[in-house]
Design a protein around this ligand. Structure first.
Ligand code: GTP
Ligand code: MG
Length: 424
């Protein structure tokens, strides 16, 4: 089975908690702060593995959770960073953030690697908070929560040559004879429903990747038949190999078939027609084939035509050699790639207000990523920690806003599951 789109949930690891500790030494009455920082949580990283061809492995690992960083310890010891979680993907994988719908990564190069969800930083231990005015702070931070992302992971096949044509023209037969790929072959339309990849080794020992695609029909670019689900794979191939049934099966005219396929390719993406093409004139063993080919050649003069009879393996070797040689002349990536993809790799932070306040049955509820993170990172072990938390809320402008909204002394205020009284 070929899988080219997977939705995943990524939970980067939380940072380890900071430690609150004090020196306890003989002859030193008031020990200084001695709590170390927590370690960073695991990043979730996507990395190209050139040995992979599909996203099938990801299908069984749709939810990925990073590890928490180790907690800080006494004696000033910092917690270790958690090991990063590396997700291996084939070359050509695209990662899109489902919340912003922006492409975060387009992993086209062999060495590409990118952090998609950042692990939380470790919480600071009380050593980190020591100041001249407060040399022995009695508070520490919890680790920062790791990033959570929902992403779509897509693979556009990086095939060198794409076999395109109407159903039943012999595309799968061809790939089955020139590569190790063993797709289903049958005398009914739409036998192939997902693309198949195969590596072809031509007579001159040069190799390339061939894609056998499901049959195209009129309206495919608009989603007819199996439609545009797989037309996107054609976008990245370097050469288009038209497979045409020269037997004129079911009363068809080979030239009309050729024109129709080109129209569908153009309607899907006009850039596809800028790619070099060749024509594999198949089923030359059939009765009317020679006659049809002569008529076809008169109408199509600018594209090289290779007459073949895939069923008898006739002409295939020559056609594959010609493709291998032709590929040598063409740059490795499609010409329009930069314009089409690179500029789409954008990263946008979710823009959110630091907080919002609403009144729910007399309780003031404060929501917002920043304020909730502050709460999660506060260790309410001591009065001093609580005071620091209150001070931070004040600095964020939450007190002023509450007053402005009419909060009164003694009103209940809630952030996540923490409730406290409003004080002027
Ligand atoms: N006579 C003859 N029949 C062929 C030749 N090549 C393929 N066929 C037959 O044509 C039929 C369709 O072949 P497939 O390879 O499944 O065609 P396809 O283009 O992959 O079809 P879809 O997957 O439906 O798009 C099968 O019955 C093949 O045996 C050929 O050179 N000559
Ligand atoms: Mg097929």
């Amino acid at each position: 089975m070929f899988i080219d789109e997977v939705t995943m949930e990524l939970y980067a690891g939380n940072g380890g908690d900071g430690c609150m500790a004090f020196r306890r030494e003989k002859y030193i009455a008031m020990g200084g702060p001695f709590g170390g920082n927590g370690g960073r949580g695991s990043h979730i990283i996507f990395k190209v593995d050139t040995g992979l061809n599909t996203l099938i492995d990801l299908k069984y690992h749709r939810i990925v959770k990073g590890k928490k960083g180790a907690n800080g310890l006494g004696k000033g010891m910092h917690g270790k960073n958690a090991e990063d979680f590396v997700i291996k993907v084939p070359q050509g994988t695209i990662v899109t953030d489902l919340d912003t719908n922006l492409i975060m990564a387009d992993l086209t190069k062999e060495e590409d690697e990118i952090v998609i969800a950042y692990g939380g930083r470790g919480g600071r231990g009380n050593i980190a908070f020591a100041t001249r005015t407060n040399p022995a702070p009695a508070f520490a931070e919890n680790g920062e929560p790791g990033e959570v992302r929902r992403v779509k992971v897509e693979l556009k096949l990086l095939a060198d040559v794409g076999l395109v044509g109407l159903p039943s023209v012999g595309k799968s037969t061809i790939i089955s004879l020139v590569s190790k790929s063993k797709p289903k072959i049958a005398a009914y339309h739409f036998t192939t429903i997902t693309p198949n990849l195969g590596v072809v080794r031509a007579k001159n020992q040069k190799s390339f990747v061939l894609a056998d695609l499901p049959g195209l029909i009129k309206g495919a670019s608009l989603g007819e038949g199996l439609g545009d689900q797989f037309l996107k794979h054609v976008e990245r191939t370097r050469v288009i190999a038209h497979v045409i049934d020269m037997g004129g099966f079911e009363g068809r005219d080979p030239y009309e078939d050729y024109v129709l396929i080109n129209q569908e390719l153009e309607a899907f993406n006009p850039n596809i027609l800028k790619k070099p093409q060749i024509i594999l004139a198949n089923k030359m063993d059939l009765e009317n084939a020679t006659e049809n080919l002569e008529a076809f050649k008169k109408k199509v003069k600018d594209v090289t035509i290779y007459p073949i009879a895939a069923i008898n393996k006739e002409g295939l070797e020559e056609a594959m050699l010609a493709l291998a040689n032709q590929l040598d002349e063409i740059p490795k990536q499609p010409l329009y790639e930069e314009e089409k993809f690179e500029s789409h790799v954008l990263y946008q932070f979710k823009t959110e207000k630091p907080f919002s306040i609403y009144n729910e049955n007399g309780t003031w509820v404060i929501r917002g990523e920043k304020v909730e993170k502050l709460l999660r990172m506060t260790k309410f072990q001591t009065n001093e920690a609580a005071e620091r938390f209150a001070m931070k809320l004040r600095k964020m402008g939450i007190d002023d806003k509450l007053r402005e909204l009419g909060a009164k002394e003694g009103d209940t205020v809630r952030i996540l599951d923490l409730e406290f009284e409003y004080k002027e």
